[in-house]
Write a protein that binds this ligand. Sequence first.
Ligand code: UDP
Length: 317
Amino acid sequence: MAKKRRVIITGGAGFIGSHLCDFFLSKGWDVVCMDNLLTGSPDNVSHLLSERDFTFLDMDVSGFIHLAGPVDAILHFASPASPIDYLEHPIQTLKVGSLGTHKALGLAREKKAAFLLASTSEVYGDPLVHPQREDYWGNVNPIGPRGVYDEAKRFAEALTMAYCRSHRLDTKIVRIFNTYGPRMRIQDGRAIPSFLSQAIQGKPLTVFGDGSQTRSFCYVSDLVGGIYRLLNSSHHFPVNLGNPREMTILEMAREILKVTRSRSRIVYRPLPEDDPKVRQPCIDLAQRLLRWKPKITLAQGLRSTARDFRNRLKGPK
Ligand code: UDP
């Protein structure tokens, strides 16, 4: 019988991390979820606690991490990821991207495990090249409020490539563009969770600026499928994963009103500092290398996310 493979997912109790836990368990892996629950939630993995192949470790990956026994892969997904979260936890965000990435790489080296870094479209900052290809170096303000996240992830990419080159570690880097789906924190302040909860509760939708800034939103199951393919590839340089369907934030607010059949108004609020004006992934590389492209339409993705938000907004707070 083939040996069971074992994966560590840091940030496994977060939004994307918890979907990765589900996915790897469904593929027959042994899953170790490490999370310090700063922005993750035990609710995201409570349905997995009784599974024999699932272990939850309440651990801060910015400190020393260790685990007995063999490990085949480490997926480093721990980090605050929404702008209001990293503004509230700037130092933890810098630490988990730098010290946390160092610890996770060190453990991967000791275990001779593959390592996959969750990087971000934020490495492109407020981009001057559109759509963004992997060979664009970005336009980041290092000392602005978003710099703590952007620079931590840029450093994490540099460190990952250094481990790849100096220690011949089998590393991969995924640059994740805006992703949405069930289990996003209702209060995480990002556009889709905010608009959905506002629309469902009959409150006004808060569009920042004039809503002409663009984003491209990918449903979480599409992203997770792409991450699995990347892990199984031998490509060490960064790969964009996201949905190239670009839209303005105002269009997204209107789409959410339609999907939820809400009669809420749209109100305008000041645009946060350094808010990128445009964002759209070029996914040619992922298509060529991984034979991957997103499948879930915006209407399907928003319907299933709205269902999850309705249930949680109804349930105990
Ligand atoms: N945004 C908005 N209203 C909100 C939350 C966000 O208009 O209640 C805007 C935000 O200014 C940005 C876009 O929606 O232009 C996407 O923001 P989000 O925080 O989801 O992710 P980002 O891509 O900025 O990291």
